[in-house]
Design a binder for this molecule. Structure first.
Ligand code: NDP
Ligand code: MG
Length: 374
């Protein structure tokens, strides 16, 4: 039996992980956490029998008559108390960084959906894994695909990694055509149903930028060996380009339960009722170059990745604030990119020396965005 903790259990990834765990006999959910959705957490606890619970929001926790850890260090205490074999971090945003570090520092394997952990604090997360020997298993569909494409290929034979992007709801538009986009339009993703923040990131292509940084961290490749290609059907999730001319791809209908299952059951694999690709009707796979002139968030992320240090933490925090402001109707869609660029231009980049340095860069970026909006 593998004992697992699910952080962000009430979200899009979290609820699909609960489904995957219920389908696999050798996975036992022992701990659950969310931010403020007390009803959702209790329902998940009833369904799984998980005894260790946490809610970041103390006032939400107070309303419950079961023991719930709460407050800013609730996730870390949850991990300490539950001692799981594996933690799935499906919290959204840089708020997930401490939990990723706490997991790896205790030698517990980390199934990582929270890509913001690797973007904001990548070197710290990698160092924690290296020191304890715990594994980081990517849940992001592209990175799960890349891991599987790599298999046991000797690393000196890997030329590059290819990350696919659906292009989002505004693929094919010009920069001028991005003005006036509504929240509803930006939330209508063509191929994936996901939480609101990552759906907006997919519309700006910031999500692909965060994923390029995530791939750099997970696979240790320089940025010029990480390619992005637009693939509107979201059937090819990732590809490994080898030096002998082979391009190895991972295919499947878009279904996050597949990479979730891979991460939760690693190194075994379990059967899942995913819809198979079928050959009874013709279908095509299209690929097109990414439009960096229109979708500047992707370019900003690549530049922040190259700059290193706290630049990706600044990019990420500014983006979180800008996306929240867009969702609240306080700014227009093109201003997301403008605010991130402004924060990167104003917050000084420092070496990523400690968690405190990340926290300071994160706070400075959020303050800069708030100031710019006001
Ligand atoms: P959702 O917004 O659907 O869910 C977020 C979850 O995190 C909720 O359970 C929420 O609790 C919880 N949460 C938020 N903040 C905190 C906090 N400070 N402490 C504890 N729990 C918190 O997001 P998604 O599931 O879409 O995304 C989660 C992560 O997975 C993101 O990093 C995203 O980039 C990544 N990801 C998602 C994919 C998807 O298909 N959805 C695909 C690939 C990656 P509450 O409900 O109480 O607010
Ligand atoms: Mg992805």
């Amino acid at each position: 039996m593998k004992r697992i903790a699910i952080l962000g259990a009430t979200g899009s990834i979290g609820t699909q992980a609960l489904e995957v765990a219920a389908a696999h006999d050798d996975l036992e959910v022992v701990a659950l956490a969310a931010r403020s959705d007390a009803d959702g957490l209790v329902a998940a606890a009833r369904a799984t029998g998980a005894a260790f619970l946490a809610l970041e929001d103390a006032s939400a926790a107070e309303r419950l008559d079961v023991t719930v850890r709460s407050g800013p260090d609730a996730l870390v205490r949850l991990i300490e108390d539950a001692q799981p074999d594996l933690v799935l971090n499906a919290v959204v945003g840089a708020a997930g960084l401490e939990a990723s570090l706490a997991t790896l520092e205790r030698g517990i394997d980390l199934a990582l959906a929270n890509k913001e952990s690797l973007v904001a604090g990548g070197d710290l997360v990698l160092a924690a894994a290296r020191t304890s020997g715990a594994a980081i298993l990517p849940v992001d569909s592209e990175h799960s695909a890349l891991l599987q494409c790599l298999g046991d290929t000797p690393r000196d034979q890997l030329a590059s990694l290819v990350i696919t992007a659906s292009g989002g709801p505004f693929r094919g538009r010009t920069r001028d055509e991005l003005a006036g986009i509504t929240v509803e339009q930006a939330l209508a993703h063509p191929t994936w149903a996901m939480g609101a923040k990552i759906t907006i990131d997919s519309a700006t292509l910031m999500n692909k930028g965060l994923e390029v940084i995530e791939a750099h961290m997970l696979f240790g490749l320089p940025y010029d060996r990480i390619e992005v290609v637009v693939h509107p059907q979201s059937i090819v999730h990732g590809m490994a380009r080898l030096r002998d001319g082979a391009l190895i791809a991972h295919l499947g209908h878009p279904d996050m339960r597949v990479p979730i299952s891979y991460a939760l059951t690693y190194p075994r694999r379990e059967t899942l009722d995913a819809r198979p690709l079928a050959w009874d009707a013709p279908f095509s796979l299209d690929f097109e170059p990414v439009d960096l002139a229109t979708f500047g968030c992707l370019r900003l992320a690549m530049e922040a990745g190259e700059a290193g240090g706290t630049a990706p933490a600044v990019l990420n925090a500014a983006n979180e604030e800008a996306v929240a402001a867009f969702l609240a109707g306080r700014i227009g869609f093109p201003e997301i990119e403008a605010l991130v660029a402004d924060a990167l231009g104003h917050v000084a980049v420092e070496p990523l020396a400690s968690l405190d340095v990340v926290r300071a860069a994160d706070a400075a970026a959020r303050a800069r965005v708030a100031e710019a909006i006001a």
